[in-house]
Ligand binder design. Sequence first.
Ligand SMILES: C[S@@+](CC[C@H](N)C(=O)[O-])C[C@H]1O[C@@H](n2cnc3c(N)ncnc32)[C@H](O)[C@@H]1O
Length: 205
Amino acid sequence: MGIYGDHVLPRLINVGCNTKVSREQRARVCEGLAGEVVEIGFGSGLNVPHYPGEVHRVAAVEPADIGWKLASKRIAETATPIERSGLDGQSLPFADDSFDAALSTWTMCTIPDIDAALRELRRVLKPGGTLHFVEHGLAPDEEVRRWQNRLNPVQNRLFGGCNLNRPTVDLLRGAGFEIDHVDVYYEKGSPKFLSAQTLGVARSG
Ligand SMILES: C[S@@+](CC[C@H](N)C(=O)[O-])C[C@H]1O[C@@H](n2cnc3c(N)ncnc32)[C@H](O)[C@@H]1O
């Protein structure tokens, strides 16, 4: 990816995605996680302080070495065992039916083949296992969507392949997940094209 993608961007994400507003959403999305958990796009471990005590172990999937390095203090400070177990959400190195739950926060926007990644999550989740997610994506309003579609090529170049306009719920349903519950809203303090959030829990049938 080059110096910007490998070194600068993970540091920008470590700071930019650690606001009070994002921490509140991290706390919400991690509620109810339990047992063996796989987190795709682990980044710098900003969700670690929010894992409930019922989580036995986390398999972290993250391509960026710098992200993993930045996570070391958070990993050292938690009682939850966390292991960097994979590099690519599109191809998970786990057996079928391995996990009770999965977690994805602001990662479905970036994985190039998101359909493949969701198929992989369904494969490695036990039947009835849950995917907890909060993702920015396609806005509920047509006018905002137009801006998202216009600005998407710029976002893509500046933020390592990040897309503004992915339809999170449609993608989940298309991959065979059932939606347990979902909340779609604009996050406070950011422009609408960036802040259309979809937070919820989907279930693998
Ligand atoms: C916007 S960041 C979010 C990081 C973290 N989930 C958080 O909430 O702070 C997107 C993350 O997806 C990771 N990523 C990119 N491509 C990926 C892939 N193919 N599989 C798994 N993670 C990927 C990036 O390295 C980055 O850490």
